[in-house]
Design a protein around this ligand. Structure first.
Ligand SMILES: [Cu+2]
Length: 663
């Protein structure tokens, strides 16, 4: 959603890039900084703190089963703590993060990495530990808008409550529920948005709902299957890990407050290894962190979570506490109008935080590295490049290529060499970067040329301005240090990736729609909410709310094509739970000069193929404005799931719908 509309000229980014020879020299560029908190991002020194490589999460125990595979068991809480996100000299930041309750040193933002083995189930007791030392609940770090359709513990739960006057933010106990993004989960373990739970605090106000509408049902189901109780303030989920080896991640998914819970910190990598869709050990650069590693071990497989954040001068996280921040609209709000008082349609931070630190540096050896990149931003699309001059005019010529080998659902059918990586929120890129031959002392910068505003496709500078080169246009630095040992990983030209078994033919094609709702009563106010829906047979979208009857009801084991019609001005990263899907193609719709399609939808031209990096399995796909995006998925686990936009501000305000597989 944006006020500035751009003409959508091109789609995606060019795969073929020219690589310039090594060069040095830094030029100054100037651009306005995004508004944010009271800490000027220009005052934050870059590349002074080392990148934190999240260690592996230690298990609580191994559960030995009489029959079948043993289970890796974890007890992981979300807690509040302080962390040095800003460089030394600046204050610490209060954040939330996951950690093992059996290992007190493991609480970190982002979380330590869960290392999962193929077909070895992982069971996690997810604990809502958002309490103080007296076991009283902690309120949210950020302003919770109680006028959305949200968890609403004061009740009625999981509703859009009614108000006689415009309310302030909710300060009560915080619901959480964790979703492993990309996991082939059963319903009771998927982190359904209405299966949230409050902490088991001493002072939960009387009459408050302590868990969401679906919690008790999933609790009963899990307990009957696995004979492990869900204690108050917890949920126990189990993941079969019966999917392709892949880069998954976990984060909060509570109804109507995911944007705030994730922004506060709880997220981490979940790496599934092994099985027939894995490469033999030693082919790719390694090692990755493992439990029990000696200190000082050099890692050559590194997960990198990129997030934008803003800060206040006291080190606290900044996130808007009023709608006015977004578009200046100062009211009247609900109930005098239909505009929520606090919710912002999107938020763009003015710093880049990588693995929990602003603009870190990683010392690298002149050899190959495997980087597992995650766009963990709320709303920001990233266009990443490796360059030697972080302030070069944009677009910069990429100087070191990425060889992308995997995406959300595991390895691609073949490596793809790319000059830049386009990543929407929640997408992952598993890449090899070859630093071989670089001189000791050389400095390489990971830069971002995505826009400091909603993305609608295309490239800078024609379609949008690249991110501010001084702040959000920079991500992290790599500094070359001497090689410590031979690189035994295969050169990328010799890589052969595991085969892809395409999904069977589809038995049904389903048309769904992405829509933006403006105020019904006010003129010249920006978006009120973003809405998913279906299509009627005349090509008109039928927007539907979270509470409308379920329309996406695949039969068990059916393979379906979903045609995602985008009637908004922006690209949306669409995520479907339970499945890893294939991108079939995209096709243009008749659109106005700004690239926006108005109903009824009319297809134009021929369908075009997915990008080379979209040819594996994915769980999140960019649906561009003025287009239909076609994906194919096989729904092989029955139950209640969701599909949604992964711009989490959208997801929180109606851009999520239930998905029911089977009866
Ligand atoms: Cu969206």
């Amino acid at each position: 959603m944006q006020t500035r509309r751009q003409f959508i000229k091109t789609v995606g980014v060019a795969g073929a890039a020219t690589f310039l020879p090594w060069r040095v020299g830094v030029r100054r560029a100037a651009a306005a900084t995004l508004p944010g908190g009271t800490l000027d991002p220009g005052l934050i020194s870059k590349y002074v703190a080392p990148l934190v490589i999240p260690p592996a999460m230690p298990r609580t125990s191994k559960i030995v089963q009489r029959s079948g595979q043993d289970i890796d068991y974890y007890e992981i809480a979300v807690r509040q703590f302080q962390q040095a996100i800003l460089p030394s000299g600046l204050p610490m930041t209060t954040v939330w993060g996951y950690g093992s309750v059996n290992h007190p040193g493991t609480f970190n933002y982002p979380a330590f990495t869960i290392e999962a083995g193929w077909e070895t189930p992982v069971r996690v007791k997810w604990i809502n530990g958002l309490v103080d030392t007296d076991a009283n609940y902690l309120p949210h770090l950020l302003a919770v808008d109680p006028t959305l359709h949200w968890a609403n513990p004061p009740g009625p739960r999981d509703t859009r409550p009614r108000f006689k006057r415009t309310p302030g933010p909710y300060h009560g106990p915080v619901p959480i529920v964790t979703h492993v993004h990309g996991a082939h989960s059963t319903e009771e373990s998927d982190g359904y948005a209405e299966a949230w739970y409050l902490p088991a605090a001493n002072n939960i106000p009387p009459g408050y709902f302590r868990n969401g509408t679906w919690y008790d049902r999933f609790k009963a189901k899990f307990e009957s299957i696995w004979q492990q109780p869900w204690d108050p303030g917890t949920a126990v989920f189990q993941y079969a890990n019966d999917q392709r080896a892949a880069t998954l991640w976990f984060h909060d998914h509570s109804l109507g407050m995911t944007r705030l819970n994730v922004y506060a910190g709880p997220a981490g990598f979940y790496l599934l290894r092994g099985g027939p869709s894995e490469l033999s050990a030693g082919i790719l650069p390694g090692p990755a962190p493992a439990v029990g590693d000696p200190p000082g071990l050099n890692y050559h497989e590194i997960p990198i979570a990129i997030q934008d954040r803003s800060f206040n001068a006291d080190g606290s996280l900044f996130y808007p506490d009023s709608r006015e921040f977004f578009d200046g609209f100062a009211g009247p709000y609900i109930p005098q109008s239909d505009i929520s008082p606090i919710w912002n349609p999107e938020f763009f931070g003015n710093t880049i935080v990588v693995n929990g630190r602003t603009w870190p540096n990683l010392n690298i050896e002149p050899r190959r590295y495997r980087l597992r990149l995650l766009n963990g931003c709320n709303a920001r699309f990233l266009i990443l490049k490796l360059v030697t001059d972080p302030l070069a005019s944009r677009p910069a010529a990429p100087e070191i290529p990425f060889t992308q080998i995997g995406t959300e659902g595991g390895f691609l059918p073949a490596p793809v060499q790319l000059g830049q990586l386009l990543m929407s929120p929640a997408e992952r890129a598993d890449v090899i970067v070859d630093f071989t031959g670089l001189p000791v002392g050389a400095e390489i910068y990971l830069t971002n040329e995505g826009p400091d505003e909603p993305f609608g496709g295309g490239e800078p500078p024609d379609d949008f301005d690249a991110a501010d080169p001084n702040t959000t246009g920079q991500v992290m630095k790599f500094t070359v240090v001497p090689l410590t040992g031979a690189d035994s990983s295969l050169p990328v030209e010799q890589l052969v990736l595991p085969a892809i078994t395409p999904l069977a033919g589809a038995t049904r094609t389903r048309m769904v729609s992405l829509n933006e709702e403006v105020s019904a009563r006010l003129q010249d106010v920006g978006p009120r909410e973003a809405v998913l829906g279906v299509m009627d047979r005349f090509g008109n979208p039928v927007p539907l709310m979270w509470t409308d009857p379920i329309t996406e009801k695949p039969r068990l084991n059916d393979t379906e094509i979903w045609e995602i019609y985008n009637f908004t001005a922006d690209a949306h990263p669409i995520h479907i739970h339970e499945v890893q899907f294939q991108v079939i193609n995209r096709q243009a719709l008749v659109a106005d000069e700004e690239g926006i399609s108005s109903p009824p939808a009319r297809l134009v031209g021929s369908p075009f193929q997915p990008e080379p990096w979209e040819t594996g399995f994915k769980d999140t796909v960019i649906a561009y404005p003025g287009q239909v995006t076609r994906i194919k998925a096989s729904f092989d686990i029955p139950g209640q799931f969701v599909w949604h936009c992964h711009i989490v501000e959208h997801e929180d305000n109606e851009m999520m719908r239930p998905l029911r597989v089977g009866p």
